[in-house]
Design a protein around this ligand. Structure first.
Ligand code: M6R
Length: 576
């Protein structure tokens, strides 16, 4: 979770690294820093806040590294910000991940005379590298020895006073961008897309050195890796006139849902075969992606598939129940979520990935992948990736029922209605967000697929507005939660065709105890304080969630929060 950037070329590294870090702030924004090589040692500028708060002067030097942090070990302060240096000041290191054995390493290094400044696990790395380089080993060998000494998940990039860069990784993503005599290292491709679309995704255990060219080593031997084209457009990773990425990403959904529906027929056939051949299908993911997985389970059950669904961090404790004749469908935007990847590591079944990020660890490790094609999602809150995941999982249902073409057409028609849903409800969403911003507690309920809608709407609203929001099945209300209802507490109710009458009863039970009720559905009911009308549609979940993404966004802005960077969160959760 932390974003790292490295540059080696002929331009001012500090400027390129700074621009790259701006694109990675979604991975963490507790603190930031940049180190550049040259004149005569490595210069480091870092501190608490975003890279703009640290506002480093644009130093000379054509090699550098940068970091934007989501704190794991050590509090959020200037000293713990990356990059971290060795004793000589000739090496500066940025790191994403966790070093599990850092305490033991730190003690040994201190006994050997090394001085530590921060509370971070990262700081052991520059000191270990310093010792290796003192022995005059080749840089790649020195880095390999450090990689062999540390335990945990990490992507590490170091810059040396000579201008050389060295990087290595284990279980944390790192991509190399290759342009004409310029090289970029980054946690994902977005920082370098404006410079090149040629990339190599580093594998665990590989070491890369950059010094006017790149060399990749595996177990000390140089390996030949050719860059490949990444089909994400640099424009897509910009705000394009919107105030926030989140607003842009919500409004892109009429297009992204269509792109998701354009799955290649051969890919879909392979996915269908994997599902049909499986004894039991497990659907899993975390957060928003887990709600997509849970909806996917309901879609697949409608196509008579035996399905189990569980959030990855819980499924992890039951992987012994999965066997090699089963299938795991792993849903993820980033494809880097540690809870998901570690569950898959323990699972003997093949994986079908439903993922957004091309070249992600999940995509590379899965037996088969359906890319949801939402393009870069920069806002920390998942929006267009969620509707794209639903669209793909729904398409799998259609394909299993031998209705791939009809299904595709149907999802395209749903996507066509999205603009209208947003336009027609513009005033209402504004009113609801003004109303909600004054509240401390909100409940969201729904039955059947309305349950996942309620959970996702609750997650969007709480992570962006910092209001306490709970989402649960409507039927649960009277089993305890109703005790929390008092005058003026908002209850948002997703009214689907299945369980409609019961859902209305659950909502009115809350109203009769003083709740302000807000409805979402295709038939307006006049007892509601607000009602968001959604056209009847076979893929209605896609239409129902989008107004709540917008309400969450507007509430966040009205409360003075930053919707792109909600507090304490990061987009790619690469730690457990
Ligand atoms: O990248 P992933 O989809 O695997 O991330 C999983 C969750 O961390 C993520 O869906 C999170 O809940 C959302 N960003 C919340 O909006």
């Amino acid at each position: 979770m932390c974003g790292i950037v490295g540059y080696n070329g002929d331009r001012k590294a500090s400027e390129i690294v700074y621009r790259g870090l701006k694109k990675l702030e979604y991975r963490g924004y507790d603190s930031a820093g940049i180190a550049t090589a040259g004149n005569p040692t490595v210069k480091v500028e870092k501190g608490e806040g975003t890279i703009d708060d640290v506002s480093p002067e644009k130093k000379d030097g054509t090699s550098g590294v940068g970091h934007t942090r989501w704190a794991t070990h050590g509090g959020v302060n200037d000293t713990n910000a990356h990059p971290h240096r060795d004793c000589t000041g000739d090496i500066a290191v940025v790191h994403n991940g966790i070093i599990n054995n850092y305490e033991e390493l730190k003690e040994k290094l201190e006994n050997r005379g090394h001085e530590f400044k921060s509370e971070t696990d990262t700081e052991v790395i520059p000191h270990l590298l310093e010792e290796q380089l003192e022995d005059e080993k080749p840089l790649h060998e020195a880095a390999q020895n450090v990689a062999d000494t540390i335990e945990g998940s990490y992507a590490v990039v170091a810059v040396l006073d000579t201008g050389e860069l060295v990087a290595f990784k284990n279980e944390s993503p790192l991509a190399l961008g290759v342009a004409d005599e310029e090289f970029f290292l980054a946690s994902d491709v977005t920082p370098f897309l404006e410079h090149t679309d040629e990339a190599i995704f580093l594998e665990d255990g590989e070491v890369i050195t950059l010094n006017g060219d790149y060399q990749i080593f595996q177990n000390g031997e140089e390996v030949d890796r050719e860059p490949r084209k990444v089909d994400w457009d640099a424009e897509e990773a910009c705000k394009e006139g919107h105030e926030h990425f989140m607003e842009k990403e919500i409004k892109e959904q009429p297009q992204t849902v269509k792109k998701a529906a354009f799955q290649d027929e051969t890919d879909m056939k392979e996915a269908v075969k994997m599902v049909e051949d499986a004894e039991t299908v497990y659907l899993t993911g975390c957060g928003t992606a887990s709600f997509a997985a849970s909806l996917g389970a309901k879609y697949l059950r409608e196509a008579d598939v035996e399905v189990v669904t569980e959030q990855s961090h819980e499924l992890e404790y039951r992987t012994d129940e999965i066997n090699e004749d089963d299938l795991v469908i792993a849903v993820s935007q980033s494809g880097e979520t540690a809870d998901l990847l570690s569950t898959l590591d323990d699972s003997p079944a093949p994986t079908l990935a439903v993922v957004n990020v091309v070249g992600s660890t999940l995509a590379r490790q899965s037996e088969h992948t359906l890319f949801v094609n939402a393009g870069p999602e920069i806002g920390v809150a998942s929006t267009k990736a969620f509707t794209a995941q639903i669209a793909v999982l729904k398409l799998v249902q259609y394909a299993l029922q031998d209705e791939l073409e009809e299904g595709r057409r149907s999802i395209l028609e749903t996507a066509e209605k999205l603009d209208e849903v947003l336009r027609k409800n513009e005033g209402l969403m504004d009113d609801i967000s003004s109303y909600l911003q004054e509240k401390n507690h909100v409940f969201t309920i729904g039955r059947d697929k309305g349950h996942e809608m309620a959970q996702e709407a609750a997650l969007k609203l709480k992570e962006l507005s910092y209001i306490h929001v709970e989402g649960f099945p409507g039927g649960e209300f009277k089993h305890g939660n109703l005790a929390l209802i008092e005058e003026g507490v908002p209850v948002i109710s997703f009214l689907k065709d299945t369980g409609y009458e019961d859902a209305i009863s659950n909502t009115l039970e809350a109203k009769s105890r003083g709740a302000d009720i807000i409805g979402v559905g295709s038939e307006p009911v006049d007892k509601f304080r607000f009602f968001i009308e959604i056209p009847k549609d076979p893929n209605s979940e896609i239409l129902e969630i989008v107004p709540f993404q917008m309400i969450a966004y507007l509430t966040s802005v009205k409360k003075g929060n930053d919707p792109d960077k909600p507090r304490n969160l990061a987009k790619s959760v690469t730690v457990k």
